[in-house]
Ligand binder design. Structure first.
Ligand SMILES: NC(=O)c1ccc[n+]([C@@H]2O[C@H](COP(=O)([O-])OP(=O)(O)OC[C@H]3O[C@@H](n4cnc5c(N)ncnc54)[C@H](OP(=O)(O)O)[C@@H]3O)[C@@H](O)[C@H]2O)c1
Length: 241
């Protein structure tokens, strides 16, 4: 029997994405990772999402997989992101900066729009979830392309949420989660990232959220009554509901 649920997670090879893949709440789901390394899920489309040529491959893949899909739900969690390069905008490596802009700002919009197009003919449940961050609202010095990318994600979600009726589109900030991205942040010199001591203190005091806790919170959103276009922070959710 074919799966009733089809799930894509970008960046399921590490951190929050890997935890999301481990905790898919639909036992029969097909789960497909969109990342460079893969390794966490049975199905993996190897893509570099900072390369626009691979966005086209992802759209073709969505179209092929969704043609004739007659299950209960389709889900795309766009989680892939990078904090690299960290440092003042006039000092960071230019090609790394370009890749970060493509991955954090442009890929969510292009891949989100590709998923909406490819699933538009379906009458089943459709969910598009974008990973955001507190950095969408706080202008952390040293993170210019990251902050700007997450702000872009949230404004895209608000706009597309107002347009869409068939697919629920939301953005979620997961809190400060203990992943390789946080290790990279803590290892950055204060000259590149002035707030580094705050993030080091969060780790030292055990204040980081585990990836499994963040993943459970994100999956719980699919069952909550949230309007399309909602941008929320897991830390603001009522755990009772
Ligand atoms: N950790 C936190 O505290 C925190 C807080 C707020 C928001 N977030 C957001 O949560 C998401 C996951 O972060 P994380 O902490 O789990 O980071 P992570 O451990 O560094 O994992 C990042 C994931 O993104 C994928 N990725 C990175 N560059 C890619 C590329 N060019 N093409 C395809 N995939 C790429 C990686 O896969 P490959 O390397 O295999 O390609 C990896 O699976 C991100 O959107 C991040 O901004 C995290």
């Amino acid at each position: 029997m074919s799966s009733r649920t089809l799930v894509w997670i970008s960046g399921a090879s590490s951190g929050v994405g890997a935890a999301l893949a481990d905790a898919v709440p639909y036992p029969d789901a097909r789960v497909i990772d969109l990342s460079r390394r893969g390794g966490r899920t049975t199905e993996h489309l190897k893509v570099d999402l900072s390369d626009p040529a691979d966005w086209v491959r992802v759209e073709q893949h969505f179209v092929a997989e969704l043609a004739g899909f007659d299950g209960d739900r389709v889900v795309f969690i766009h989680n892939a992101g990078t904090i690299t390069p960290i440092g003042p905008a006039d000092a960071v490596d230019a090609s790394a900066y370009t890749r970060a802009v493509l991955l954090n700002s442009a890929a969510p919009q292009v891949l989100g729009s590709a998923f909406l197009r490819a699933s538009s003919q379906l009458s089943c449940e459709r969910h598009l979830v974008m990973l955001s961050s507190g950095a969408a609202k706080t202008a952390y010095a040293g993170w210019s392309s990251y902050n700007a990318g997450k702000a872009a994600v949230e404004q895209w979600v608000r706009t597309v949420g107002a347009e869409q009726s068939g697919c629920r589109v939301i953005a979620v900030a997961p809190g400060v989660v203990d992943t390789p991205m946080q290790s990279e942040i803590r290892a950055t010199p204060a000259t590149a990232f002035p707030a580094v001591a705050r993030f080091q203190a969060l780790k030292q005091t055990g204040a980081l959220v585990g990836p499994a806790v963040a993943a459970a919170g994100i999956w719980s959103l699919l069952d909550r009554e949230l309007e399309s276009g909602t941008c929320l922070d897991l830390r603001d959710l009522d755990p009772g509901r």
